[in-house]
Ligand binder design. Structure first.
Ligand code: GUN
Length: 298
């Protein structure tokens, strides 16, 4: 059996159209333009690519983009002062500080300095707590994108066995919370998990977010399972002397067994940015006491 390919690129394009529609209505009906501020500290090449894409798509959806690039030696106090200014700026509805930060900075302190209402990443401790207790919050973009694709594919997730491989604050933990909120039976697996293959074999839903190229082989996948691959790993291709992107699952063997699978690239990646744009519109609506976008996000 060959798995259906879940087309995150097409899904994200549809979502961006909905975001753009909502933005034009906010402008026409209320004279409000949602604004997203992105802060990049340092010159990490992958982060530079992400930030460029975020800016492009923010502008394409009709929103305002504010970009702040700081040198890698910037003192933490300067970054905190910038966050404070952005918190106070009424034109800024969403703030994203690109991670990772340079080693001399305390990422937790920086994230927790962001106004939770503008924390479109959903990383602030109060948004983490709200999500964990099932209350209205800002939901981290990558897990949110994964959940939207799962719901689109499977409808109700209630009662399904879900295994999340990876326990990061950015993906693994919030993904598990979201799946629990959907009444899945959730296992969080990680580097110390015993007999990972056996754990994954039980799962109707596998979300792989470990950052290890092609770690999950098809022999671990339950026939018909839905596989969501969050990994974006650049590997060398010795035959061509070039590099290419692969996920955390071995696509070819998993696609033989799974019912549906996301590709890399073109799966989770585009959905992450689309969810960031949607979160920015949501933050803007909340800030202005307007109804939140209907049907834009789950
Ligand atoms: N670095 C990698 N992924 C993310 C993300 O979702 N948000 C931020 N702020 N930084 C990241």
């Amino acid at each position: 059996m060959a798995a259906d390919i879940i087309d995150g690129k097409a899904f994200a394009a549809t979502m961006r159209e909905k975001v753009a529609d909502h933005v034009s209505r906010l402008k026409a009906d209320h004279g409000i333009t949602p604004g997203l501020a992105v802060v990049l500290v340092g010159e990490d090449p992958a982060s530079q690519v992400y930030v460029r894409n975020k800016r492009k798509q923010t502008v394409e959806c009709g929103m305002q983009s504010f970009e702040h690039r700081l040198s890698p030696e910037t003192p933490e106090a300067d970054l905190l002062a910038l966050v404070k200014r952005l918190n106070a700026d009424p034109a800024v509805h969403g703030i994203l500080v690109q991670l990772p930060l340079p080693p001399h900075m305390n990422a937790d302190a920086v994230i927790n300095a962001i106004d939770p209402a503008k924390d479109v990443d959903g990383f602030h401790i109060s948004n983490v707590g709200l999500l964990g207790t099932g209350q209205k919050s800002m939901v981290p973009c990558t897990p949110l994108g994964c959940l939207m694709m799962l719901r689109d594919r499977l409808g109700s997730l209630s009662g399904l066995d879900a295994v999340v491989i990876g326990r990061s604050n950015i993906v693994g933990k919030p993904m598990a919370q979201l799946l629990l909120g959907e009444s899945c039976t959730v296992t969080i697996a990680h580097s110390r998990t015993r007999d990972l293959a056996e754990v994954v074999r039980r799962a109707d839903i596998v979300v792989a977010a470990v950052g290890r190229p092609r770690m999950v082989p098809g022999s671990w996948i339950k026939p018909g399972a839905t596989v969501i691959d969050v990994g974006i790993n650049r590997i060398a291709v010795p035959e061509t002397g070039k590099t290419r992107l692969v996920g955390d699952v071995d696509f070819d063997s998993c696609a033989q067994v799974a019912g549906a699978i996301t590709p890399v690239p073109g799966g989770v990646g585009p959905m992450t940015i689309a969810c960031l744009l949607a979160n920015t519109v949501t933050a803007c609506c909340r800030a202005n006491g307007l109804p939140e976008p209907d049907g834009l996000i789950v």
